[in-house]
Write a protein that binds this ligand. Structure first.
Ligand code: ATP
Ligand code: MG
Length: 297
């Protein structure tokens, strides 16, 4: 699996149609794929422990996708091995009244991961150039008319590029994932949600209405990715018609990103090491006294 094939670092000639929603199975068997996933999850666990201990970098996994593309399952499976203490998930829905009274990055800034943590954004500030664009929601917002011209999206793309550069320069590394699911696969998954009573809760009639805007969404996604894929904050356009493949690829991306950092357990300064040695000596001495007392009884 070559990660580079799915990574977009320069969006200038980006076209969604060049990116498959389904790829040939690169594995000999399902077991081979599962073994690879298991290996990644174990590696992820070790790397996360170092990330947390070092307390310098944080990762921000930004997940964007159409409904039923598999965001929730991806989060559940890929993060299954990591220590919940070093992990923070934020889901961004329709903004509240309070959120609407602020700029669109306000609610985002509040949920950025702490140093040493992995943050996961289930939807993100990209909604403000996706759903907001598709449904023309800006007209009803309270932005000053002078910024509401035709160039509003280019303006926002530029704001996002700057924001992501700001994150990187502050030790927060965005990993942007677009789960590229096909319209046909979405149809199948919706049907499955309707037919399976344990999945009924996942289905909402609003999803069917959004599906009617599929082409508008694809156009908005294409423009968003083309304008915000940079070397500092690349996009990963992941074939999502097969859930296990999307999960495996994402786990691989996380592992590779973490490996590219200079992660290590913090080394204590000399004085603190000496203090540790004294503490050890004292604990051992206590043990000897205890042992001597026990054997006298
Ligand atoms: P699931 O359906 O799996 O529970 P979800 O992310 O689709 O997950 P929903 O509650 O169904 O969650 O939908 C959230 C909705 O909020 C999405 O349709 C999304 O487009 C919308 N949303 C998110 N951010 C904004 C925003 N800034 N402005 C308007 N709508 C937004
Ligand atoms: Mg939904």
């Amino acid at each position: 699996m070559k990660l580079k094939d799915y990574m977009v670092q320069d969006g200038t000639s980006f076209r969604l149609k060049d990116h498959p929603q389904r790829v040939e199975d690169p594995f000999e068997s399902r077991e081979a794929a599962q073994a690879e996933m298991q290996k990644n999850l174990e590696e992820l666990q070790e790397l996360q422990a170092k990330l947390y201990a070092q307390n310098r970098w944080s990762l921000l996994l930004v997940i964007q996708a159409m409904d039923a593309a598999g965001k929730d399952g991806l989060i559940k499976h890929v993060m299954s091995g990591v220590n919940p203490q070093g992990c923070q998930v934020a889901s961004f829905k329709q903004p509240s009244l309070e959120e609407r009274d602020h700029d669109y990055l306000w609610r985002i800034a509040k949920r950025l991961p702490e140093r040493g943590n992995i943050g996961i954004f289930n939807r993100s500030y990209y909604e403000d150039v996706l759903v907001v664009r598709v449904h023309n929601l800006l007209n009803h917002s309270q932005l000053p008319p002078s910024v509401l011209g035709d160039d509003i999206w280019q303006r926002r793309f530029s704001q996002i590029r700057h924001f992501e550069r700001y994150l990187v320069e502050n030790g927060i590394l965005p990993i942007k994932i677009f789960l590229n699911v096909s319209k046909e696969e979405q149809r199948r998954r919706f049907l499955d949600r309707i037919d399976d009573p344990t999945k009924n809760w996942k289905f909402s009639c609003a999803d069917i209405r959004e599906r009617e805007y599929w082409d508008d969404y694809m156009h908005a996604y294409e423009e968003a990715i083309a304008n915000t894929a940079t070397k500092a904050a690349p996009w990963h356009v992941i074939p999502a018609d097969r859930k296990w493949f999307a999960r495996l690829l994402t786990s691989e991306i996380l592992v590779e990103t973490l490996k590219s950092l200079d992660l290590s357990y913090p080394k204590l300064p000399k004085e603190e090491l000496e203090e540790l040695a004294r503490a050890k000596e004292s604990l051992l001495a206590q043990g000897r006294t205890e042992h001597a007392r026990e054997s006298k009884k």
